[in-house]
Design a binder for this molecule. Structure first.
Ligand SMILES: Nc1ncnc2c1ncn2[C@@H]1O[C@H](COP(=O)(O)OP(=O)(O)OP(=O)(O)O)[C@@H](O)[C@H]1O
Ligand SMILES: [Mg+2]
Length: 325
């Protein structure tokens, strides 16, 4: 099956103070139709820049310095802005972390939904109203005919996030990009929203690129996982394989950071150091200064992505292989 999204060697750079900042630096991944791919990694690893690149929403002075983004076989990096406008919202939609910054407080939820619908699809005012109510019902908002008249600030955080999802999905996109859509919510609401997204994915036959730094969310949502570190993907595997047998020491480090109630207090594992800034990436493997298994080669040569059973990892000495022992 041809992937719905196939990204090859994507490079997205920013220019600031005379420096070039390679925020996304040779990223390749694909998503098959109907699949949920989770992109995980610490803050600053380049997850949002990757997703904004796919939407072609990198603000200047950012630019695409190379690579291909094939969506249903068409290279998005070769599209004109006008062509992208027809794709955004219609065939690819995006939902963000903080609904309050994406919804306009001055307009009712209904006005915003109707505007989105009418912008992307040729609907009459009456059709748009009916569809907006239907969408609010679909995302589990009780009494949608009534609540469509409310302003975003009259709603709870969970309800607002449901509205955001309704806005994202109202034109029935084939690909939904969700960038940390539940990070600002408490855990019970988060569970409801994840549940909703899984249901809608089935009902609307969607493919999802789900961005998160939360491995609990990954376990709930992903079919496959790509782990990002310092502008690159360092490991990629089906979700069960990744959790059962992480190959990259960074993936293992992320997993060790999950709090374990059985562990004595004060022994929360952390990966030492921080993600390096994009203008100061180390030589060789970018994780080597933080890696407990690093050897001299790791500082010298960047490891290529290599296949290891169902996984791929960019490590000279992948865990669980002879090279590591
Ligand atoms: N407009 C910009 N100008 C300059 N640098 C930028 C810009 N946007 C992002 N960056 C840099 O690119 C790198 C990747 O940022 P990105 O937002 O993709 O991280 P992230 O993985 O989404 O992190 P988080 O988990 O915090 O959302 C960061 O170092 C960031 O500072
Ligand atoms: Mg981000």
């Amino acid at each position: 099956m041809a992937p719905i999204l196939d990204v090859t060697d994507l490079r997205t750079v920013f220019h600031a103070e005379g420096k070039t900042i390679p925020a996304v630096d040779g990223v390749s991944f694909h998503i098959d139709k109907g699949e949920t791919l989770c992109l995980v990694g610490e803050s600053g690893s380049g997850k949002s820049v990757t997703s904004l690149s796919v939407m072609r929403l990198i603000p200047p002075p950012g630019e695409y310095a190379g690579g291909k983004i094939l969506f249903e076989g068409e290279d998005l990096l070769r599209k004109t802005e006008k062509e992208m406008c027809a794709i955004r919202g219609n065939r690819i939609a995006m939902i963000y972390q903080e609904p309050m910054t994406s919804l306009n407080p001055l307009f009712t939820v209904g006005m915003q939904l109707r505007e989105t619908l009418r912008k992307h699809q040729r609907l009459s005012a009456r059709e748009a109203q009916a569809r907006a109510v239907e969408m609010l019902g679909l995302v589990g908002i009780p009494d949608p005919g009534q609540r469509i008249r409310e302003f975003p600030w009259q709603m709870s955080g969970g309800m607002r996030q449901r509205v955001m999802i309704a806005m994202g999905l109202c034109c029935r996109p084939r690909l939904l990009i969700a960038d940390e859509p539940t990070t600002a919510l408490d855990v019970t609401i988060q569970a409801q929203i994840l549940d909703l997204m899984r249901r809608l994915k089935r009902e609307l036959d969607m493919t999802i690129l789900f961005i998160t730094h939360d491995l609990g969310v990954v376990a709930e949502m992903a079919d496959r996982v790509a782990v990002m570190y310092a502008g690159r993907i360092v490991e990629e595997a089906p979700v069960r394989v990744l959790f059962a047998k992480p190959r990259h020491p960074y993936t293992r480090g992320l997993m060790d950071c999950i709090p374990d109630p059985g562990r004595p207090r004060g022994q929360l594992h952390v990966i030492s150091g921080v993600v390096p800034a994009p203008d100061r990436y180390p030589t060789g493997c970018r994780f080597h200064p933080r890696c407990p298994y690093a050897r001299p080669l790791c500082a010298e040569e960047a490891p290529p992505m290599r296949k290891l059973g169902a996984s791929s990892a960019a490590c000279h000495f992948p865990l669980g292989t002879e090279a590591a022992s």
